[in-house]
Design a protein around this ligand. Structure first.
Ligand code: 5GP
Ligand code: ZN
Length: 113
């Protein structure tokens, strides 16, 4: 996707602070962190949102969660974190390249919906 910010981050056309990368996924720091640790885990292959995920994405979705959690812990979320996927208009998704937020740090997060 030529017009997608996160595809440009994958391609190195937009800089990002990377925390983990392999052939399937990238984990990088959110530019507008909502907590001491705020990571985004994305598949390298463009998928617009969780609503577009198909059975072919099952392996990479599992990897986003498992590796993302490990990286979040490495980055300082040693006592827990919040994992969030915003989907579509109602979910207030801003970037239409599927991403999993990992948010946390030393302090207990505020409650959410
Ligand atoms: P969502 O689509 O789940 O609402 O959130 C998109 C997230 O991507 C936001 O938290 C926003 O700060 C982050 N974001 C948007 N553009 C960039 C960017 O160019 N670089 C980085 N690192 N994060 C971004
Ligand atoms: Zn994309």
């Amino acid at each position: 996707m030529t017009d997608c910010i996160f595809c440009k981050i994958v391609a190195g056309e937009i800089p990002s602070k990377k925390a983990y990368e392999d052939e399937d996924i990238l984990v990088f720091h959110d530019i507008n962190a909502q907590a001491p640790v705020h990571l985004l885990a994305i598949p390298k292959q463009h998928v617009a949102s969780l609503a577009e995920a198909t059975p072919e994405h099952n392996a990479v979705m599992g990897k986003l969660l498992q590796v993302g959690a490990r990286v979040a812990i490495e980055q300082g979320c040693t006592d827990g974190f919040r994992t969030l996927i915003n989907t579509g208009r109602v979910g207030r998704q801003e970037v239409y390249h599927l991403h999993v937020h990992f948010v946390g740090g030393p302090d207990v997060l505020p409650p959410m919906l």
